[in-house]
Design a protein around this ligand. Structure first.
Ligand SMILES: [Zn+2]
Ligand SMILES: [Zn+2]
Length: 119
């Protein structure tokens, strides 16, 4: 079973309330033995649910929720996975969505391999 199967299986009940939809998606994910990190943000059923319900709200949020299905940060209002938050620590705008996970890992790797100075 693949991510695509899970996504397809939860395609139908997009009209469900968010909590019910999540429960169903999490159950399916577990049935197929998938971990949250196996599901990319852009393929997450919850993201599909969010888009179906009119996301993104395009607000910059100060706090995020964690998606119960894929574990990525989501907007607490519209459940969109491509969120940007104001970091309380730095005051700067930071994109924390799963869309940027690859980029962040790339940065980490670059630091790791480029010598002690950047560690
Ligand atoms: Zn998700
Ligand atoms: Zn939102």
């Amino acid at each position: 079973m693949s991510v695509e199967d899970v996504v397809r299986m939860v395609d139908d009940p997009l009209g469900l309330p968010f909590e019910e939809f999540c429960e169903r998606a999490v159950r399916l994910r577990e049935e197929y033995g998938l971990k949250p990190e196996d599901i990319p943000a852009w393929e997450c059923p919850v993201q599909k649910w969010a888009l179906w319900h009119g996301a993104p709200c395009r607000r910059t949020v100060e706090r995020t929720e964690m998606c119960p299905v894929c574990g990525n940060y989501i907007c607490p209002d519209c459940k969109n996975h491509a969120v940007e938050v104001i970091s309380r620590i730095t005051g700067y705008l930071q994109a924390v969505s799963g869309w940027n996970a690859g980029k962040q890992q790339e940065l980490k790797d670059r630091h790791r391999y480029s010598g002690d100075a950047l560690l």
